[in-house]
Design a binder for this molecule. Structure first.
Ligand code: NDP
Length: 321
């Protein structure tokens, strides 16, 4: 496993982060979730991403239980705040001081941890003054309950303003967590250039387009049983944006490109996001331990110019930019 620095900070993260959205506490039974975490640790993954809202708090609980016997200093644990968990009181959403302070305490209790390494604003809050949010994050850092602060899906202007206020408050935003894959390249135009200026890294979600870039969904055929596209608890809905025949046909054209590079299609997809040097880590999910073992082989892979061009050609017409 290779490791990269998160933003301008001294924190190193594994190039592959294991994330548990839609799986832990939902699609996947707890014993399989624990096996996936074990497989991740065995493969050298030290970085784990969750959120309070995943499976209504259950994802944090499952991850905390799976990690509780590990040496805390050898792990980087990330969680998030924004969406409500459980009852939806008027203050149970957003980035107010109240929700952030209550959110971090509740997350730490579910994770059975004294601190998280990275606490992330899951979205931008257009209603709370940014000054209030940043001051609350500064206090969370000062209290030792989170060591670093990140955000998720903030645009370039939001990152600029947030970083300016964070620096005034005595800390820095070290990361942004956007969607990024060979099929979804929206951050390349503005977010990545702004982040480079600001010393912010990307930790990118759905690098495999939720499994689609593994090539296992073939146009005109039923989705394999047990896959996210068949998950009635939410997965089939979230993956549907990539499940049209045009996209699935284009993805199949990546097969010879992967073979030429000596990789599985899943590994090619994860390696592709890691070619961007503003990406600190690819956030990969898994419903089975074998997938974790397969995906980690993408760390450290260098794709040459011909491979990158062949990927663009194969996916021409189906890429969101
Ligand atoms: P991926 O694109 O990596 O998709 C993971 C899914 O693809 C797995 O659950 C599995 O689903 C399938 N898969 C994984 N490996 C393989 C393989 N080798 N071969 C075939 N299929 C495979 O990422 P996710 O969409 O799961 O997102 C990853 C993480 O990103 C989340 O856990 C979360 O931490 C974060 N995230 C953050 C968001 C945010 O707003 N900040 C939003 C969404 C995610 P199956 O086997 O069921 O088909």
């Amino acid at each position: 496993m290779d490791y990269r620095y998160l933003g301008n900070s001294g924190l190193k993260v594994s190039e592959i982060t294991y994330g548990n959205w839609l799986t832990h506490g939902s699609q996947v039974e707890n014993d399989v979730a624990t096996q996936c975490v074990r497989a991740a640790l065995d493969a050298g993954i030290t970085t784990f991403d969750t959120a309070d809202a995943y499976a209504n708090g259950a994802a944090e609980q499952v991850l905390g239980e799976a990690l509780k016997t590990e040496r805390r200093e050898s792990l980087e644990v990330f969680t998030k705040v924004y969406w409500p968990v459980g009852p939806k009181g008027v203050n149970d959403v957003g980035l107010s001081r109240k929700h952030i302070m209550e959110g971090i305490n509740a997350s730490l209790a579910r994770l059975q941890m004294d601190y998280v390494d990275l606490y992330q604003a899951h979205r931008y809050d257009h209603e709370t003054p940014l000054e209030e949010t940043i001051q609350a994050f500064a206090d969370v850092v000062r209290s030792g309950k989170a060591l670093y602060i990140g955000v998720s899906e903030w645009d370039a202007d939001q990152l600029r303003r947030g970083q300016e206020l964070a620096r005034q408050a005595g800390f820095s935003i070290v990361s942004n967590q956007p969607q990024y894959s060979a099929l979804w390249r929206v951050i390349e135009k503005k977010v990545v250039p702004a982040s480079r200026e600001l010393g912010i890294s990307q930790i990118v979600w759905s690098p495999m387009a939720q499994g689609v870039l593994s090539g296992k969904y073939e146009p005109g055929k039923d989705a394999p049983s047990g896959s996210r596209a068949t998950d009635s608890k939410g997965g089939s809905q979230t993956i549907s944006r990539f499940m049209d025949d045009k996209t699935l046909t284009a993805v199949q054209r990546l097969k010879p490109v992967a073979e030429q590079a000596g990789l599985k299609m899943s590994q090619l997809a994860v390696a592709w996001v890691l070619q961007n040097d503003n990406v600190a880590s690819a956030l990969v999910g898994a419903s089975r331990p074998e997938q974790v073992a397969e995906n980690v082989a993408a760390a450290g892979v260098k794709l040459d110019k011909d491979a990158m061009k062949a990927i663009d050609k194969a996916l021409s017409g189906v890429v969101e930019t």
